[in-house]
Design a protein around this ligand. Structure first.
Ligand code: CUO
Length: 684
């Protein structure tokens, strides 16, 4: 085992003590006696001889004394850890700093091994993952998927007793796959249940967790201050809302309504049923028509009123109207075309880069909290927060989309203050797209008909069953999938010279849930980015062929659900920290059985206005999902505003998407149909 790989032993079965054998009994961590917790110190010797006598690998942990982690022990080890809780965020930031400051991997191993059994496991795993990912000497380590560490956050808990029984009774080679049910949080009486396949998708929730892991809101500046992180907060969530609305249209539901009135009851209820296995408590449900109330959770240190939220919202809106926000000394900070969204993103989230946290408060974060604590705002019933109070579970709840729609509208409000793009920022002289098709990768497939269906896939959940059986236990789950397809774009370059461009592909619905056509203004905020890549254009006709799996938005299934394997060799592509990215199985919206009509849009923009003067290869490392996740340690690889060219309103003479495209020869639309087949096909 290479030196830094031993850290991965700390990132397994988070509730099992550190001295307990790891990696299916093959690996044992030898702790100095003073690192054992109080419970185990008196019986330390018998533990060391009892466990791991047949281990192949023993990892000695150097005694670096007792690290001071008292600041982090205040978060209940068996309770929740929420990044929407400011105190928790700050503690996590300090812990990340402690891990980052260790001079070498051995010291990090020591401090980590000491902290692991004393701290809240989610806090520990989060802080160590962020630190490992940002340290030069560990950043190539493959962080396990959160699904492997905390399966309880992602699946119906009714499968756990079955998994344990199977693992305890049946030998490895005869074990059956346990099925995770798909619809278990509501019946068909509840309209919102039609979107459960999206909200409760394991990959969607893993993506959201990883995004916030890659872009932490608090912590040392070296991990928070990333290129355009506030803008990316806007764009990634904007695209979530666009996707969700399109899925709603396919399910014949209207757009999600913004949470713009905190004084009326919240119609959407949610009964998550998932549990926190560290204490076996269920995430609290929220009945329909819950009234939102002031939150006064003294022990959690979460105290704010509906008034506060409204005041922060109005101050942000005032800043947008005025074109500047207020710095801490009353100085005016202009919201420009290039910086405005980034500044607003950091203010609203809020991240530690907020220009004035005192004045603008915690607008988005406490909107999560006002919902998450709505069932018990003063801790009268000693209930924890609901699923909207944690990143890895928030997207399960319909209210997530209502609150993020409101946040999104605030960004749109700013974007609407900007002038429409002038013609010279949209067109590309001498470049004409002549044709655009999307076609399934099978013989004789008709052009522009795309297919979706259900797929059943398997994951090994044994790795996350603390004190559970060794070996693998597979669980199967059902998710949306699409048949792979290929874009073919024919581009004429009449400039007489070689030209470079960025090809941008989007898809958007032609009609809403009632089959009413959409105006440009309505459609542009529903445009879903599918891909973005650089092209070199020779004089004359160029035929661009691009496969759907190459998308700059998504990561392949294997990277969303990858297994931990300590025996993996470092340095390989799969070994890097690459699990930020939209899950590929949800690249396309679901469509409808009769075929939902979409506009597919392609554009070649002028590379001289796109480039940030940094070359990158989309085929190496984790560069393939840069649209939502950026490039590690580098600039966001597109100088244009995120969402370009649909992030701004158009001149008043543009009333349809067709009008918008017609004026620019470097853009083209194609009618595409997405057909959904209601059958389940097993992943091969
Ligand atoms: Cu991702 Cu609200 O920021 O959940």
């Amino acid at each position: 085992m290479s030196n830094n790989q031993k850290l991965l032993t700390l990132l397994q079965r988070p509730l099992e003590p550190t001295f307990y054998p790891k990696d299916n009994g093959k690996t044992v961590i030898d702790l100095p006696e003073n690192y054992l917790t109080e419970r185990y110190r008196p019986i330390g010797e018998s533990l060391q001889s009892r466990f791991g006598s047949d281990a192949d690998t023993r990892i000695p942990v150097r005694n670096v004394g007792t690290p001071n982690i008292a600041f982090a022990e205040v978060i209940d080890r068996r309770g929740g850890f929420s990044l929407f809780n400011r105190k928790h965020r700050e503690i996590a930031g300090e812990l990340i700093g402690l891990f980052l400051n260790q001079p070498d991997v051995d010291s990090l191993m020591s401090v980590g091994a000491y902290a692991r059994d004393r701290l809240n496991p989610m806090l520990f795993q989060y802080a160590l993952s962020v630190a490992v990912q940002h340290r030069q000497d560990t950043k190539d380590l493959n962080i396990p998927s959160l699904l492997e560490l905390f399966p309880d956050s992602f699946v119906d808990p009714s499968v756990f007793p079955k998994l344990r029984e199977e693992g305890a009774v049946v030998t490895q080679e005869n074990r059956m796959t346990i099925d995770i049910p798909m619809n278990y949080t509501a019946s068909e009486r509840e309209d919102e249940q039609r979107l459960a396949y999206f909200r409760e998708d394991i990959g969607v929730n893993l993506h959201h967790w990883h995004w916030h892991l890659v872009y932490p809101g608090d912590g040392p500046d070296s991990v928070v201050r990333k290129d355009r992180r506030g803008e990316l907060f806007y764009y990634m969530h904007q695209q979530l809302i666009a996707r969700y609305n399109v899925e709603r249209f396919c399910a014949r539901l209207g757009r999600v309504q913004p949470l713009n009135n905190l004084r009326v009851p919240l119609p959407e209820g949610y009964f998550p049923k998932i549990i926190r296995s560290s204490n076996n408590r269920a995430f609290p449900p929220r009945p329909q028509n819950q009234l939102l109330r002031d939150v006064n959770r003294v022990t959690d240190n979460v105290i704010f009123s509906i008034n506060d939220l409204e005041r922060w919202g109005s101050r942000i809106a005032e800043g947008i109207e005025a074109g500047f926000v207020m710095g801490p000394n009353g100085q005016r900070i202009p919201l420009t075309e290039t910086t405005g969204v980034d500044i607003l993103g950091n203010i609203m989230e809020p991240s530690s880069l907020s220009v004035n946290r005192q004045y603008y408060g915690s607008y988005h974060g406490d909107m999560h909290n006002v919902i998450a604590y709505s069932h018990d705002p003063d801790n009268r019933f000693l209930e924890g927060y609901g699923v909207v109070g944690e990143f890895q579970t928030a997207m399960r709840d319909p209210s997530f989309y209502r609150l993020h729609c409101e946040v999104d509208n605030m960004f749109h409000r700013f974007k609407n203050t900007l002038q429409p793009y002038p013609a010279n920022q949209l067109n590309y002289e001498g470049i004409q797209i002549q044709s655009l098709t999307a076609q399934l990768n099978r013989a004789n497939a008709p052009a522009n008909v795309l297919l979706t269906y259900w797929q059943r896939s398997q994951v090994d959940l044994a790795t996350g069953l603390d004190f559970g059986p060794q070996g693998n236990i597979f669980a199967s789950f059902t998710h949306l999938q699409h048949a792979p397809f290929t874009y073919r774009i024919s581009v004429n370059n009449s400039s007489g010279a070689i030209r470079r461009g960025t090809c941008r592909i989007f898809i958007g619905p032609k009609v809403d849930e009632r089959n009413s056509p959409l105006t440009y203004q309505e459609q542009r905020v529903l445009m879903i980015e599918l891909d973005k890549f650089t092209v070199n254009l020779n004089p004359g006709v160029n035929n661009i062929v691009r496969r759907s799996e190459q998308s700059s938005v998504t990561i392949p299934y294997e990277r969303t659900f990858r297994q931990v394997a300590l025996s993996n060799q470092p340095g390989t592509e799969a070994f890097r920290f690459c699990n930020c990215g939209w899950p590929h199985h949800l690249l396309l919206p679901k469509g409808t059985p009769e075929g939902k009509q979409f506009d597919m849009f392609a554009m070649i923009s002028d590379y001289t206005n796109d480039t940030v003067n940094q070359e990158f290869d989309e085929n190496v490392n984790c560069n393939d999902s840069h649209s939502f996740c950026g490039l590690r340690d580098r600039l966001y690889p597109d100088r244009r505003a995120m969402g370009y060219p649909f992030d701004r309103r158009a001149p008043t003479n543009v009333s349809t998407l067709q009008d918008f495209v017609r004026a620019n020869s470097n853009m083209l639309l194609t009618n595409v149909q997405i057909r959904f087949t209601n059958t389940v096909i097993a992943r091969t």
